[in-house]
Design a protein around this ligand. Structure first.
Ligand code: 9J3
Ligand code: ZN
Length: 292
């Protein structure tokens, strides 16, 4: 189910105004260079949709035996040390799953200039509140004790997760308001109301999810984020509960954009987030962009 044309028509006046002339400022030059957290080249749609971003990456396994508060996992990081530190994101899988269920996201996000820690949970049956605490424990491990701690900016951290891990990412943002971004994917939680979250939050739902139906999970969660500084809801057309478990260009391009915009304060990515995305492949999209 689509709803694209209306938005394109709404943008017509802006297109006409641009075509009508006047000097246009080249994007991403002077103002962007003032941002110390900006990493990588001026983005294009092609860049954020491609299988890999501009940074070479490496990965290192974290044994469950070497950590407390979460179940270990895998760290993915840009190998470049010439540009200062990077922001970071911790990602939790869903009920009964482990990190391998989401591991396509590791190199994909890291290659755009983020340190990623994909976690295994202590047990596969851990509930969302526990997954939220484990995401925070993983971020603390990453920034304080891990072998890549010197590569990470501990003041610019984010969380994400699938299903109960997505519910966990809301729990984490609720309890640690300093987080810069949260991205629940097909989130599942018994708590339906998230007014405590102030972190910019982008929720992905699957249109046909029968495990965490958007009507009782993602959409009420989105609606309840009344105090989030920014929020968005993107619904994968025909998506099942398991859309995050295989490489998905829409998930990647908007996760990258949200992390860039709110972890790196990189306004060069605003163009992909506002107006609210209307790609083919989205059955619904909502957000706090002006006019949305
Ligand atoms: O993490 C998930 O996939 C949660 C969905 C689920 O199985 O909830 C029912 C207990
Ligand atoms: Zn609540």
């Amino acid at each position: 189910m689509k709803k694209n044309l209306v938005r394109k028509l709404k943008m017509l006046p802006a297109i006409v105004a641009l075509a009508g002339g006047g000097a246009l400022v080249a994007p991403g030059t002077a103002a962007a260079a003032d941002n110390p957290y900006e990493r990588g080249p001026d983005p294009t749609e092609q860049l954020i949709e491609s299988a890999r971003g501009p940074f070479a990456t490496a990965q290192t396994r974290v044994s469950s035996l070497s950590v407390t508060g979460f179940g270990g996992g895998v760290i993915y990081y840009p190998t470049d040390t010439s540009q200062g530190t990077f922001g970071a994101v911790a990602i939790s899988p869903g009920f009964t799953a482990d990190w391998t269920s989401l591991d396509w996201l590791g190199p994909r996000l890291a290659s755009h200039g983020f340190v990623v820690i994909g976690i295994d949970t202590i047990t596969r049956l851990d509930q969302p509140d526990s997954r939220g605490r484990q995401l925070l424990a993983a971020l603390d491990y990453l920034t304080q004790r891990s072998s890549v701690r010197s590569r990470v900016d501990a003041s610019r951290l984010a969380v994400a997760g699938h299903s109960m891990g997505g519910g966990g990412s809301l729990e984490a943002a609720k309890s640690r308001t300093s987080l810069k971004a949260a991205i629940p994917l097909a989130p599942w939680n018994l708590d339906k109301t998230w007014p405590e979250v102030v972190t910019p939050t982008m929720i992905f739902g699957g249109e046909l999810d029968t495990v965490a139906p958007v009507s009782t999970h993602a959409i009420p969660f989105y609606n309840s984020l009344t105090n989030a500084r920014e929020k968005a809801y993107l619904e994968i057309d025909n998506g099942s509960h398991f859309f995050p478990n295989v490489s998905n260009t829409l998930v990647a391009k908007y996760m990258i954009s949200w992390l860039k915009r709110y972890v790196d304060n990189d306004t060069r990515y605003e163009q992909f987030l506002c107006p609210v995305p209307d790609d083919r492949g989205l059955s619904d999209s909502r957000g706090t962009c002006p006019g949305s």
